[in-house]
Ligand binder design. Structure first.
Ligand code: NPG
Length: 400
């Protein structure tokens, strides 16, 4: 496979309601898609990060630069490109997992489309639908929270995750348990908002039969999580701490977690995500698929991953309507609490022209293979990317 063109498409999509976590408030998804055109097919992927480096050190503008200056040049120089060659070629570049993931995923999508194979089949999916959980942000009042949870349960979501932070933790859990009963699969996500000094406070959560408490401590504090795990009966799940299969293996060996949230972007792509899954499965540690408020482009691919055998718990893969009034792809809809796993080649999803144009703020070529002779057929020769082009603003009524 050979890359002919790479295009970066900046998108802005208003969320149906602002999403508040211990990191801050997201009112819209402001990110980019990568479109990779190869000699066999075209592939799409979505950058999972945000404009601000709050969840992790990466951010949208930084990822664009990383792709343009450091990642793409290494990948377009590869002979007989396959997705499996991408991560080794990028290994010399430290970090930048989200940026690496968007590039690898777009290439994988193109490769699989060229072979008419679905991502689900390629990864080893064993299900054609997956149970859907929903992540519920921090609210101003308990009444508002209960109303939101009631609406999600009416939609059919099979488990609820509450975002927590100091000052919004015990009370919302008590209220949700009182209102919806002990049988509701309920978990909390702290997004690193606590320290080990909060152990006694967090122990109060043990009374509520939570499925898990996710990432209570700092991402680089595996030892602290192991210590906290000895003090709590609620299982600890790690998200931000796990950036590779090796991290997962280390966290399990240290007993820093009993559950792992897998976000493909956080670990550098779907190939490493599958290795995280395999390491956890080998140790009997259940995993589930996290979310980053993806549009249908990112979510379609996450659904394929969530269909692997070790995904024993419902993930943060919700229906399109939980995020957006209009998704970029055909909308994902809940069917009795389940979402379908796309079965078409590649990720099985592509942005629809209408929604894509309505939510695009700019697009530019990051790379175009130059033809050396005007009428030459393909000689297979590679040429370096032309200098980066400025963004082409797109006139868009929705975002002026
Ligand atoms: O359903 O996609 C979703 C949102 C799930 O809670 C969710 N994501 O920490 O896992 C998280 C959180 C998040 C969202 C983090 C956006 C960072 C940005």
């Amino acid at each position: 496979m050979r890359i002919d063109l790479v295009e970066l498409i900046r998108i802005r999509m208003p969320l149906v309601r602002p999403f508040r976590t211990s990191y801050g408030v997201d009112a819209e998804r402001d990110t980019f898609l990568l479109r990779v055109v190869t000699d066999s097919a075209e592939g799409w992927a979505e950058f999972a990060g945000d404009p601000e480096p709050l969840y992790c050190p990466e951010f949208t503008a930084g990822a664009e630069l990383a792709l343009q200056d450091h990642l793409l040049p290494r990948v377009v120089a590869l002979q007989q490109l396959t997705a499996a060659k991408v991560a080794p070629a990028l290994a010399g570049v430290k970090g930048n997992h989200l940026a690496k993931a968007v590039l690898e995923t777009a290439i994988l999508d193109a490769e699989l489309r060229g072979h008419a194979m679905s991502l689900a089949a390629y990864l080893g999916a064993v299900r054609d639908r997956v149970p859907a959980g929903v992540s519920v942000g921090i609210m101003d009042t308990i009444a508002e929270l209960l109303e939101a949870v009631a609406a999600y349960l009416a939609d059919g979501y099979v488990r609820v995750k509450l975002k927590i932070q100091p000052g919004w933790d015990i009370e919302p859990v008590v209220a949700v348990r009182q209102e919806f009963g002990d049988d509701l699969p309920l978990q909390v996500d702290a997004n690193t908002a606590y320290s080990l000094a909060d152990a006694e406070h967090l122990r109060r959560l043990d009374d509520f039969g939570l499925v898990q408490i996710e990432q209570p401590l700092a991402d680089d504090d595996l030892r602290g999580h192991a210590e906290l795990g000895r003090l709590l009966s609620t299982p600890i799940c790690l998200d931000e701490s796990i950036k590779s299969a090796r991290d997962a293996a280390a966290a399990i060996a240290m007993r820093a977690c009993r559950i792992v949230n897998i976000k493909p972007a956080r670990v550098g792509g779907y190939l490493e995500a599958r290795r995280v899954h395999d390491a956890c499965l080998a140790h009997g540690v259940p995993v589930w698929c996290g979310g980053m408020l993806e549009t249908g482009v990112g979510r379609g691919a996450n659904l394929a991953l969530a269909a692997l055998p070790g995904f024993a718990l419902p993930g943060d893969v919700s229906a399109s309507g939980r995020y957006y009034a209009e998704d970029l792809t055909s909308p994902f809809e809940l069917d009795h609490g389940f979402l379908p796993v796309p079965q078409e080649p590649g990720t099985g999803v592509s942005p629809l022209p209408g929604p894509l144009s309505r939510h695009t703020v700019s697009r530019r070529e990051l790379y175009a293979r130059r033809r050396s002779v005007a009428f030459a057929t393909d000689t297979g020769s590679q040429s370096p990317s032309h200098p980066a082009q400025p963004m082409t603003p797109v006139i868009n009524a929705g975002h002026q």
